[in-house]
Write a protein of this length. Structure first.
Length: 151
């Protein structure tokens, strides 16, 4: 299934179905050894991750992006309900206010539906954020299929 995206009221919603069971898909989001294989935009060549999988736990993903250099995203988990939901903050910076990313995992007859919402995205970041998440979801699918591995 392709990635479905929608942008409304400064909130990006992305939906994708995976053929893996809900526990495997959820685990790929919270196991740092697994996020290093799929996290990042299309030009990400390497990822270093840490994740404390609990409410008030922290996460940090440092991506090496071809032509850009290293870019780090870090914040705090504010909701953690395995294997159904997780949510975390992305702190404010010079380009955007604090953002919230909420990810729901729903079992389907054939695997798992993932519904991601990222709120408070300023208009200038809309396309960049949508492209980044679309690439990440495609990389996650490839990771499950064993076709791609980020070093």
């Amino acid at each position: 299934m392709t990635v479905k995206t929608n942008f409304s009221d400064n909130t990006l919603t992305i939906t994708k179905e995976f053929s893996q069971p809900i526990e495997a898909v959820f685990d790929a989001w919270i196991d740092a050894a697994k996020t290093t294989h799929w996290w990042g935009c299309a030009n990400t060549t390497r990822v270093a991750s840490t994740v404390e999988p609990r409410v008030e736990g922290t996460y940090r993903h440092t991506m090496s992006i071809e032509g850009v250099g290293d870019h780090t995203i870090e914040g705090t988990l504010v909701d953690y309900d395995p294997p159904n939901k997780l949510a975390y903050t992305i702190p404010a910076n010079d380009f955007a206010p604090e953002m919230l990313v909420s990810v729901r995992f729903e079992p389907t007859g054939k695997g798992t539906r993932v519904i991601l919402k990222q709120s408070e995205i300023g208009g200038g970041l809309k396309d960049v954020v949508a492209a980044g998440w679309t690439a990440s979801f495609e990389r996650l699918e490839a990771y499950f299929e064993g076709q791609r591995r980020v070093a």
